[in-house]
Design a binder for this molecule. Structure first.
Ligand code: SF4
Length: 346
């Protein structure tokens, strides 16, 4: 334990379930997300000057913080590890050599818009550009989402192509966040995928169950049970992101039969600590979520200030391996353009 949770977070007022159907609460949370740095700082009792400075530092990537995530940020602490993930920093406007708009080669794909195939047997479908939260270090912060098909009707040509390509055995739904789709659209998509016998595994990359745990609705649970094997890859960087509601949401996914994995990004000043990452791994294991990957930061323009040297990352992993059972030690990996798979760093 790091003591990171010693300062109580504010008990923010929340919406009343009686007024909104339980399956729709997450949509309300999306609509009412904080989209303004000044407002965000005001709510967290931070100086207005900090919010104004952040507002000038967005570098084309807006602020988006839903209230269930906001409630886990400590009031009055400008160095809170969750706040640092979402509040723009002046360093985002600095150009740094080696950091580019497309650090992993997404935009060099020759496949139809919205489909990325980097690995044999697996295709990744960028189903939309909407996210549950805007992470300042996001490797797709410059991705041209406007070129991506945005509705089930628009995906049809892509789905037709995937239906013909029997080499693809795993389909990865990514974004943005595929779970920003409403349940009916998500189910429609999953039903179509389930009709492709060569697709043996459906993988969903999402941060929604963590950012807005009420997203794990009964309809979503039913949808993820349509395909024979569903893998849900969530994204938690810091133990403070796991509150009781997140725990309940993750348990629901596990109990529904999904294989639930976590990937974290190694972030300077946020989680580059052995104690923190050990705490995160053990909390995940307690929820039966596998600590799968610790990603080296993708070198996206505007995120250089988050980078941790690889040597430091390797040292952290070594110390984690010394104190945790092997299954609780994430693979330390890096995604590089022109590589067939993630490169294992430790
Ligand atoms: S949720 Fe994922 S895709 Fe969306 S901003 Fe965060 S890191 Fe990027």
């Amino acid at each position: 334990m790091t003591g990171a949770h010693d300062t109580p977070v504010r008990d923010w007022p929340s919406i009343h379930g009686g007024e909104i159907h339980a399956d729709k609460v997450w949509q309300y949370e999306m609509r009412s997300a904080i989209r303004d740095s000044v407002k965000l700082c005001e709510l967290l009792e931070l100086p207005a000057s900090l919010g104004e400075r952040a507002d000038r530092s967005k570098a084309g990537f807006s602020v988006f913080v839903p209230q269930p995530f906001l409630r886990r940020i400590r009031v009055g602490d400008p160095n809170d590890p969750l706040l640092k993930q979402v509040l723009p920093d002046p360093a985002e406007t600095t150009l740094t050599e080696g950091f580019s708009q497309d650090p992993v080669g997404d935009q060099t794909s020759k496949l139809p818009p919205g489909v990325i195939q980097k690995y044999p047997g697996r295709a990744l479908l960028v189903v939309n550009g909407a996210c549950a939260i805007h992470c300042r270090y996001c490797f797709r912060r410059h991705f041209p989402y406007k070129t991506v098909p945005h509705s089930p009707r628009n995906w049809q040509p892509v789905l037709n192509q995937l239906a013909q390509d029997t080499r693809i055995t795993e389909l990865i739904l990514s974004g943005g966040d595929p779970l920003t789709m409403v349940d009916a659209s998500f189910r429609e998509l999953v039903d179509q995928i389930a009709q492709m016998p060569h697709i043996q595994r459906l993988r969903i990359h999402t941060r929604l169950p963590v950012v807005i745990p009420s997203r794990v609705t009964d309809e979503l649970i039913a949808a993820i049970q349509v395909c024979p094997t569903t893998v849900v890859v969530v994204h938690i960087n810091h133990p403070q992101e796991i509150d009781e509601a997140v725990g309940v949401a993750l348990k629901k996914l596990v109990q529904a039969g999904a294989l639930v994995l976590n990937q974290a990004v190694l972030l300077r000043g946020i989680n580059d600590s052995v104690d923190l990452l050990a705490d995160l791994s053990l909390r995940l294991v307690a929820l039966r979520v596998m600590p799968y990957y610790l990603n080296q930061l993708d070198r996206v323009a505007g995120a250089a200030h988050f980078e941790v040297p690889v040597a430091r990352g390797k040292a952290i992993i070594k110390q984690l391996a010394d104190q945790l059972p092997g299954y609780a030690v994430p693979k330390y990996v890096q995604d590089l353009p022109d590589c067939d798979s993630k490169q294992r760093l430790a």
